[in-house]
Design a protein around this ligand. Sequence first.
Ligand SMILES: [Zn+2]
Length: 203
Amino acid sequence: MLLELTEILRCPRDHEESFVVCVAHRSEGRHVLAGVVGCPVCLAEFPIREGELDLTERTDAPTHRRPELDGAAAGALTADALATFLDLRGPGGYVVLAGGAGRLAPALTALLPDVHHVVVNAPRDAARSPDCSYVSCPDRIPVKAAQVRAVVLGAGCTGGPWPAEAARVLLRGLRVVIEDERASPDGISELARGAGVFVGEKA
Ligand SMILES: [Zn+2]
């Protein structure tokens, strides 16, 4: 997990938005390989292990709970198509890839090396990129409101709370891509739909 990602993260629990604190136990460059992310509001602490932030459990609870995303198939999207749909202009900032879209993280990072990719709930068997940040979180994008330049919702994260979460964390005027052409998220204006994909922008 990129240390600077801490600046946009929020606690996954249901309480007011607040900053979190990251304590790195082991790092490589700007990436934290082992450490703890703590919330000053509810005092929860979450582990970073092997570079991945796990918001599905507390450091003091041994049970391991995580969304059932294993085996999520590759979707309709390719990294090339996604780079076109996202229409990012200029470097910097963050792109969130959730669920099955995490499979595209290595290829998308090669195409868009100047933005940082935050991969939420990647399928366990998906190839990992050392340049991305990996996060597991049961039912939300653990980022403060209006922080990211694009959100891609793939298999396992196209319904339920995820479209509203995408709208919440997006910056105004920027885009969400959902691997479900029937999607119609609140707060998002439709730009295109078809071939299994919805593309919209935050109103
Ligand atoms: Zn908290």
